[in-house]
Design a protein around this ligand. Structure first.
Ligand code: NAG
Ligand code: NAG
Ligand code: NAG
Ligand code: NAG
Ligand code: NAG
Ligand code: NAG
Ligand code: NAG
Ligand code: NAG
Ligand code: NAG
Ligand code: NAG
Ligand code: NAG
Ligand code: NAG
Length: 658
């Protein structure tokens, strides 16, 4: 990486907040330059007043909520660039995997100017805390042509560069958010960075409850860390907004996920829409998911309103809300879709950590039990938590408060929250749809194939914390609910016993292969990629909150093998089969003959409709495919069982799956 020029340095300093400038003055010149070289590689803070939302002049066209009937104009114009930018990587990918009987180069060259003839790829990363972040990271690094050796024979690098959408939920949202907010850095760059050095992300050896190890950028630790969380969240309350535990959680997450002093209190999710790498469409579009849940309500996959956060908007495609608000101005008092002329425009509500915290709000529960994890919690922190708790009833501690509701008075007939000034959102996995698939199955997005990386903790002891298809079962059930599916379709998915009995959760499985088995336009083909042990038992507990660097890296490396089927050791043709899955819908649209190799792949990987619904004879306890790595473990911060039972008491059943 070349160092930044002096003019760039000056330009960047002028963009940075005063607290940052202060941090830099503590450094020697050399270190300052090094720090900047790393630090500028992220979204620039653009909130008017740090973490606190603040009034700004309204733009000449006043912000408004729009109907979900179409894509946003911003997404439509971005897609023109992105779809075009994926053509060369896809051509390279398909050429490398080399499917006999399919001349990828000739095909792509002949159809360059016809987007509907070029496969449109989405990737989904499930929830599951740090396990999901790390396993998902490993699979993404296998998809990423920037990873060393990933474009060699037997590997599948380039898929990420060929993808249009990258969706994440809860722990998968931490992954998607962290990469996207840091200039779409690569997993390998993060893994290769030196622990506790300036600019090193994912320092999970320093528990989120202890805060970062003090260095010149994160010039904060211990008690100061807590004070800083409190000060920023209080600044939001002082500005007149409700704070929820999600604010504290999101701020804490930011220290680990955003390479910026204090986790970038002024960095917003919509800051992504101005990020040069994103605007040039050199990376896929990040989307995070959360669920709507009104106070006292109980949600299930059949009836939740699913919200998405993309770089421009938040909102829902569901027939309830069926609208999108301009995320940059959320925090303003919208009414019937507009900001009344006597109301100011507000910016800065959509703090990036708050958005990631909203998608993962189930983890709020841990804040309530900090005293069993950390011996000395500063008083200021305790009293802020108490203050926040007073404004919620006991079963609402997992709520992220998005008041004022941008959808107040919007779609009064169908929107159950239209009469409420409050909008409360919860963890995207609380409805059991632990994979962020709703944004990717919207017909408007025209996705042809979804690679769904499932790191859920479904199975029970003795082989606990492996996925068993529960997330897909939930999304399939919802797709059959005529009142909520609103025109979306989904491949047929068998029950979890079938997953386990047929081993569909031990290896990649394709669902919905036969496009003619649907009435109307088929939904995307689904490539399900479940977490599985290759060299490490990556089924670590959702409730483990620190990992030493070697364990972090082992889980990421295991994820690489999950994505590549052990560098194609388990199936020499795996990269070709990935190519076949990518091309499948495109071939069926044009009526092209499917190459023999692909028919063989589909025979191996497509679920063919067989059910085996009897209770599995044995508990699910997968053996490691290769020899297990032997790490000298120092043991993470596993939480006491009492907290686990408390989580269960609090949350919905989803607490199990996350
Ligand atoms: C962001 O990444 C791109 C591609 O790696 C690189 O060219 C660019 O210089 C980076 N931007 C910054 C601000 O570092
Ligand atoms: C499409 O991308 C190619 C580079 O792959 C570029 O040369 C071309 O100008 C782009 N076309 C459009 C219409 O953006
Ligand atoms: C573009 O591709 C689609 C799908 O293969 C095909 O139906 C359509 O005729 C093509 N359009 C043009 C202008 O070639
Ligand atoms: C990756 O490859 C680059 C050049 O191809 C090399 O400089 C670097 O050391 C390699 N990294 C690892 C971890 O092997
Ligand atoms: C890449 O492959 C080369 C040769 O096969 C090997 O020496 C090197 O260690 C590999 N790099 C990584 C990061 O695996
Ligand atoms: C798989 O490939 C990666 C990248 O080349 C390499 O680092 C790793 O050692 C390989 N692992 C196995 C088990 O072959
Ligand atoms: C952190 O900042 C304080 C002043 O607030 C300073 O005294 C200290 O040296 C800094 N620590 C580091 C590691 O730069
Ligand atoms: C969703 O379904 C559950 C269980 O049937 C019910 O308790 C809840 O009220 C429903 N919520 C909505 C918004 O319909
Ligand atoms: C989706 O829901 C909206 C709002 O209820 C409705 O207007 C629209 O017709 C629905 N679309 C489909 C395809 O059912
Ligand atoms: C699948 O996971 C669910 C929890 O999500 C669990 O209740 C069920 O027992 C599991 N079934 C199998 C066969 O693993
Ligand atoms: C479908 O798959 C099952 C097991 O996965 C297999 O036993 C059966 O033979 C397959 N049926 C067909 C028609 O291929
Ligand atoms: C084909 O569609 C039917 C009806 O939705 C479904 O029951 C069946 O499982 C599907 N077959 C496959 C192989 O997905």
């Amino acid at each position: 990486m070349g160092g930044p020029s002096i003019t760039n340095l000056i330009l960047n300093i002028s963009l940075l907040s005063t607290c940052y400038a202060t941090a830099v003055t503590h450094l020697h010149d050399g270190a300052a330059i090094e720090a900047l070289a790393v630090l500028e590689r992220r979204v620039v803070p653009d909130a008017p007043n740090g973490y606190a939302p603040a009034p700004v002049d309204c733009p000449s066209t006043r912000p408004r909520v729009r109907s979900a009937r179409t894509l946003s104009s911003e997404e439509t114009s971005w897609l023109e660039k992105r779809r075009n930018n994926t053509i060369q990587p896809l051509r390279d990918f398909l050429t490398r995997v080399n499917i006999p009987g399919f001349d990828a180069g000739a095909y792509i060259d002949a159809n360059r100017n016809n987007a509907s003839a070029i496969p449109n790829i989405g990737i989904a990363c499930s929830g599951g805390g740090y396990r999901a972040l790390m396993n998902g990271a490993g699979v993404l690094s296998a998809f990423d042509s920037r990873t060393n050796n990933s474009t060699n024979t037997g590997h599948i690098g380039g898929l990420l560069q060929s993808a249009t959408y990258l969706a994440g939920l809860s722990g998968g949202g931490w992954l998607v958010g962290s990469l996207s907010l840091n200039n779409f850095t690569s997993v390998q760059d993060i893994v290769n960075s030196t622990p506790d050095q300036i600019g090193s992300l994912w320092q999970f050896q320093n528990s989120i409850f202890a805060g970062p190890k003090e260095n010149a950028v994160q010039n904060i630790s211990g008690g100061d860390y807590y004070s800083n969380l409190v000060a920023t969240v209080n600044s939001k309350r002082d500005a007149g907004y409700n704070a929820s535990l999600t604010d504290l959680w999101g701020r804490a997450l930011s220290y680990q996920l955003i390479n910026s002093p204090q986790g970038g209190p002024g960095i917003t999710w919509t800051g992504l829409s101005d990020d040069p790498t994103f605007t040039a469409a050199n990376a896929p579009m990040p989307i995070l998911v959360a669920d709507g849940r009104a106070p006292g309500e109980f949600i299930i996959s059949l009836n939740t309103t699913v919200f998405e956060f993309n770089p421009w908007e938040m909102g829902s495609w569901d027939p309830t809300v069926y609208g999108f608000a301009p995320l940059r101005y959320v925090g303003s008092n919208f009414s019937q879709g507009v900001i009344p002329s006597n109301q100011q425009c507000v910016r800065g509500f959509d703090n990036a950590g708050f958005v990631m915290g909203t998608s993962s709000s189930l983890f709020n529960q841990f804040i309530l039990n900090l005293d069993s994890i950390v011996s000395e919690i500063p008083k200021v922190f305790v009293s802020l938590v108490e203050g926040i708790l007073q404004s919620f009833s006991g079963d609402e501690n997992d709520i992220a408060d998005w008041t004022p509701n941008p959808f107040f008075g919007w779609n009064n007939d169908s929107n159950p929250g239209a009469q409420s000034k409050r909008l409360t959102l919860v963890d995207g996995g609380e409805d059991l749809q632990n994979l962020p698939l709703q944004p990717l199955i919207q017909p408007e997005r025209e996705v042809d194939v979804i690679f769904a990386v499932d790191s859920s903790a479904d199975t029970l002891a003795p082989g606990a914390n492996w996925p068993n298809g529960t997330a897909l079962v939930a999304t399939y059930a919802r797709s059959l609910n005529a009142e909520m599916n609103n025109g979306t379709g989904f491949p047929a998915i068998p029950d979890q016993n079938t997953f386990v009995n047929l081993g569909l959760n031990t290896r990649p499985t394709f669902f919905g292969c036969d496009a003619s088995n649907f009435t109307g336009a088929p939904p995307p083909l689904l490539v399900y990629i479940p977490n599985h042990p290759f060299i490490y038992n990556s089924n670590v507990s959702t409730f483990t909150f620190s990992y030493n660097i070697s364990e972090r890296n082992a889980i990421i490396e295991n994820g690489y093998l999950v994505g590549t089927r052990g560098n194609s050791t388990l199936d020499e043709q795996w990269p070709q089969c990935v190519g076949c899955a990518i091309m499948s819908r495109t071939w069926s649209k044009s009526g092209a003959t499917v190459p023999d190799v692909c028919n063989q792949c589909f025979e191996r990987y497509c679920w063919n409709g067989t059910l085996a619904s009897e209770t599995p004879a044995q508990p699910y306890e997968p053996d490691s495919v290769f020899t297990e790595l032997d790490l000298a473990k120092n043991g993470g911060t596993a939480l006491a069982p009492s907290i686990f039972s408390l989580m269960l008491a609090f949350g919905t059943v989803a607490a199990l799956a996350l």
